[in-house]
Design a protein around this ligand. Structure first.
Ligand code: ZN
Length: 420
């Protein structure tokens, strides 16, 4: 349909071959887009563009990587591979060698290359825009040239570091607030401008889940936000792009009937039962932006600390707690969810769809919720995500989709290799 793009050869990344885009190709990670937002929003007219994909392109669901957090899934999407391959299994982890707890804010722990870097370096002008700056270095890892920036730090972008400057001028408004829906809309608007100016052929636009943490499907705030997202997807298509859209994870209500957060403070519980310092609980949802979830999600890693209770005893105690869905040893977790074993705890605990699990009461501050019910993710209840493509799939990819077992990290494969 649109003009032939610059010639580049196919690339192979983590065992899969990707064709260079034949027309501008945009993958959007609509952070925290639980399928329920679409299930309620499409009939209500919130998503006029995405609602057409089922008839005009492809609309299905896929599994996110577990734990259903932002970093592991964004990195899975851009590498086309699960955490066992790329090494990122949380936003935050305990380094067994140093004993230090570390926030992951760059690509130094990544063990695999990305589809974005491979195609960019093969000559496809590539644009990566993320809402939160913490993801930028991971998503842009290995890119030589190209454009990669975050809306959070839009005003600070430089040609040297980001491949582009003067973003406020480009988008036509100031750098958005960290805690706003505009943090995401700015990402999409920047993508639209760059597409209009012909500055990219391959785009990855990764949004923030601030709105979804605060607002359930059907609430005016989430409807308004999603209408704005949908309108921008429509504009990208109008400009000739093929658009793929997935989420990094779903989002569920984790509050009790009285509105208070439904939390298991697991480290407190373990230490009360087995003695002070018995175990350390690491919450891999922890990131620099905890206001909207208090660092509480539905997946934690537990490290035995003191002699006394054995790991099986600690596990058995966790397994009988109300609200706990699964307790798996490191080896079981790594095998079942394709996680890097050397970055596992002694065991993992998954809470159910209505419950979050934390460390100690003193480590989690829920004041930022400002009276909202806690909504969060991390567990199996948030594993299903939308998987949408704006164009019809080839017969082979239709068959693959129909066979089931899709992952959100198949999206670049589908967009680049699987459309007519
Ligand atoms: Zn997320």
């Amino acid at each position: 349909m649109s003009a032939t793009l610059s010639p580049a050869s196919a690339v192979t990344v983590n065992g899969r071959t990707y064709q260079p885009p034949r027309r501008p190709s945009v993958v959007i990670c609509l952070d925290g887009c639980d399928p329920e937002y679409l299930a309620r929003g499409i009939p209500a007219g919130v998503f006029p563009t995405l609602g057409r994909f089922a008839a005009e392109g492809f609309a299905g669901e896929a599994d996110a990587a577990v734990p259903t957090f932002t970093n592991p899934n964004n990195v899975s999407i851009v590498t086309g591979a699960p955490p066992a391959v790329h090494g990122i299994s949380g936003n935050y982890y305990l380094d067994r060698e140093t004993g230090k707890e570390v926030m992951i804010t760059d690509g130094s722990l990544m063990r695999a290359g990305t589809v974005l870097a491979a195609l960019n370096n093969a000559g496809v002008p590539t644009v990566v825009v993320t809402a939160k700056d913490k993801l930028r270095k991971m998503l842009g890892r290995g890119m030589q040239g190209g454009i990669c920036f975050s809306s959070e730090k839009a005003s600070a972008a430089t040609v040297e570091e980001n491949g582009i400057a003067d973003l406020e001028e480009l988008v036509g408004r100031p750098t958005p607030n960290m805690y706003s829906g505009d943090l995401s809309l700015f990402v999409l608007d920047a993508g639209i401008k760059l597409l209009e100016q012909g500055r990219g052929e391959l785009f990855y636009l990764s949004l923030s889940d601030y709105i979804q943490h605060g607002h359930a499907p059907g609430e005016p705030e989430s409807d308004e936000f999603h209408r704005a997202v949908d309108e921008r997807v429509g504009r990208l298509i109008e400009l000739g792009a093929v658009v793929g859209l997935v989420a990094d994870h779903g989002m569920r209500d984790k509050a009790k009937a009285d509105g208070s957060a439904n939390v298991i403070y697991l480290e407190d519980e373990l230490n009360a039962r087995f003695g002070p310092g018995a175990a350390r609980v690491i919450c891999p949802i922890t990131d620099p932006y905890v206001k909207h979830h208090g660092a509480l999600g539905s997946f934690v890693r537990v490290y035995r600390r003191a002699a006394g209770a054995s790991i099986p005893e600690l596990m058995a105690f966790c397994a009988q707690m109300p609200g706990v869905e699964a307790v798996l040893s490191a080896a079981e977790a790594a095998e079942r969810y394709h996680l890097p074993i050397d970055r596992e705890g002694d065991f993992i605990v998954l809470s159910d769809a209505a419950t979050v699990v934390g460390a100690t009461t003193s480590e989690h501050n829920l004041a930022g919720l400002d009276g909202h019910r806690l909504r969060s993710h991390g567990g199996l209840g948030e594993r299903r995500v939308p998987f949408l493509v704006s164009e019809p799939l080839t017969p082979e990819y239709r068959r693959r989709a129909a066979a089931g077992g899709l992952h959100n990290y198949d999206i670049f494969d589908f967009v680049l290799n699987g459309t007519e």
